[in-house]
Design a protein around this ligand. Structure first.
Ligand SMILES: C[S@@+](CC[C@H](N)C(=O)[O-])C[C@H]1O[C@@H](n2cnc3c(N)ncnc32)[C@H](O)[C@@H]1O
Length: 250
């Protein structure tokens, strides 16, 4: 099964496809000077619920970029709902293609997109590549898991150890890329629990809906593997946070 379809099955029941709340997002973005009319991009927007919320909250003109066609359909439906302010354009395609032609933004957000610049894996390298898309004095909102403690070989293999960092490592990656760290907001454990178990429920239900089939067997196996990994180690080894950086004004 391709990774995009797997992601779709995993997150089809999530309102937000990451372990955080809108309250946490609002608290983080309160440290910015974003204003109505500012240009923004949300890379790997998923169903665009978060993108639309940001656009409406701050009156942004926001491009929400999603490469997986069935999810982009859902994103368009979200963006079509009435709102009080803000403009949202759903861009169906790869973030790297969008960025190559989009110019600068006052906010670039990248919340759990995992593979935002294919082939570029180290956090500092991804951040460096994003800087030209952020206007001087603009903001990078990054949302991703962090390692609470060094992962076992098994956990490191499943979650690609080099893709993530410790909390201090994420902040250091931004600094090494030339950004100024402004704020970090760590998700409460309850967000992780809800996020993981909602995914597990969706995977198990999908397997039931598609039994008998090889795909159903594969999804059931994946659910079992992730569940075991989470219970044995993931709960203690991983956290999730927003890391808010600013590009220096000059
Ligand atoms: C875990 S979901 C997160 C969605 C949203 N940011 C949220 O927090 O609810 C990640 C999404 O990013 C998309 N994605 C990953 N890499 C991408 C890329 N290079 N370009 C565009 N979309 C990408 C995936 O298709 C998926 O829908």
């Amino acid at each position: 099964m391709d990774p995009s379809t797997l992601g779709y099955i995993s997150y089809r029941w999530h309102r937000i496809s990451n372990p955080f709340s809108m309250e946490q997002l609002e608290r983080t973005l309160a440290y910015t000077d974003l204003a109505a009319g500012d240009r923004a991009a949300d890379l790997g927007c998923g169903n665009a619920i978060v993108s639309v919320w940001m656009a409406e909250r701050f009156g942004l003109h926001l491009s929400a970029v999603e490469r997986f066609a069935p999810v982009a359909v859902v994103a368009r439906e979200t963006a079509a709902k009435p709102r009080t302010q803000g403009v949202v354009e759903i861009v169906e395609g790869a973030a790297q293609d969008y960025l190559a032609a989009a110019g600068q933004h006052r906010l670039v957000s990248m919340i759990g997109a995992i593979d935002v610049l294919p082939g570029v894996r180290r956090p500092v390298d991804v951040m460096l590549a994003l800087i030209p898309s952020i206007a001087p004095g603009g903001w990078l909102l990054w949302g991703d898991p962090f390692w609470r403690r060094p992962p076992s070989a098994k956990l490191a293999t499943v979650f690609s150890e080099e893709r993530f960092d410790t909390l201090a490592g994420w902040v250091a990656a931004g600094e090494a890329a030339g950004l100024i760290p402004h704020h970090v907001a760590v998700s409460p454990d309850a967000e992780w629990e809800e996020f993981v178990w909602r995914m597990n429920a969706s995977l198990e239900a999908w397997a039931e809906e598609h039994t008998p089939s090889a795909d159903a067997d594969a999804i059931r196996l994946r659910a079992s593997m992730l569940r075991t990994l989470y219970l044995e180690e993931g709960r203690e080894s991983m956290g999730f946070a927003f890391y808010l950086f600013r590009r220096p004004i000059a």
